[in-house]
Design a protein around this ligand. Structure first.
Ligand code: 4FV
Length: 252
């Protein structure tokens, strides 16, 4: 079971992941556990204060180091008692390394993750120096809190856990694994608003369909994300053969 802990001023926000859809069902099936820790519970003052003004002046407030440190220590201790050898603390911030499929796959393949979600202007830098193993950003924009980023990591990780997506495992994961964007999808009706689906998809010829889908994936990736093609050393012209598909399936 993947052990997940999050340090956040808004634990209830995570119900969006733990109570709904694929990730909600995966939690019910015990495929992962998510425990939230609120720094206010570690504030140690009657006003449960967790932030203060920035030294050197400037706008906004900064999260105090001590409540975060205590909350992170509690989360790490819970992970250790749940059998996680080396709990990894990840702080969500715009200064972090950009999240990608490889990172998500690494997290999903691990034992446990402690996510630190900041608020206001961020956390005292000394917490990052002392308690954080890695900073991760979900994109070059500023959010009002790290919770949304933490949920992105949770959702993407849980989808990769064995048994979560099962047979319905969308090709999306596979696509990013292969460095390609996903091919286009169609469903009923055959013609909609005068637009008819590509004939090959009704041919029943699975090799032809696989070839068409791969060609579309390469074409779209070249057009929309040439960086992905570069990163994956060019797209192989041949669609993944049945054998490759099978052995990927067997890995699931
Ligand atoms: C963010 C991002 C992000 C910065 C200050 C929270 C906010 C506030 N996190 N990827 N982009 N965080 O904007 O992960 O505390």
């Amino acid at each position: 079971m993947l052990q997940l802990d999050v340090v956040t001023l808004f634990p209830a926000m995570f119900e969006a992941v733990t109570e709904w859809g694929v990730t909600g069902r995966a939690r019910e099936r015990g495929l992962y556990q998510l425990v939230a820790w609120n720094p206010r519970d570690f504030a140690g003052n009657p006003y449960r204060t967790v932030d203060d003004r920035p030294y050197g002046g400037g706008p906004g407030m900064v999260l105090l180091p001590a409540p975060l440190h205590k909350a992170l220590a509690a989360a790490r201790q819970r992970q250790k008692s749940a059998g996680v050898r080396a709990p990894r603390v990840v702080y969500l911030s715009p200064q972090g390394r950009l999240l990608d499929h490889a990172r998500v796959a690494e997290y999903a393949g691990g034992q446990g993750l402690v996510l630190l979600a900041g608020r206001y202007e961020g956390v005292d830098e000394r917490v990052i120096e002392q308690c954080v193993d890695e900073e991760i950003s979900i994109g070059d924009y500023v959010l009002s809190g790290g919770e949304v980023g933490a949920m992105v990591i949770l959702d993407a990780c849980v989808r990769l856990l064995p048994g979560v997506m099962g047979a319905a495992s969308s090709g999306e994961e596979e696509s990013f694994e292969a460095g390609l964007l996903e091919y286009p999808h169609y469903t009923r009706p055959v013609t909609w608003e005068g637009r008819t689906i590509p004939e090959v998809l009704r041919s029943g010829d699975h090799a032809k369909i696989a070839a068409w889908r791969h060609a579309k994936a390469v074409e779209d990736t070249r057009l929309r994300r040439p960086d992905l093609i570069e990163r994956h050393g060019g797209a192989s012209q041949a669609p993944p053969s049945g054998a490759q598909r099978e052995d990927r399936a067997s890995k699931k």
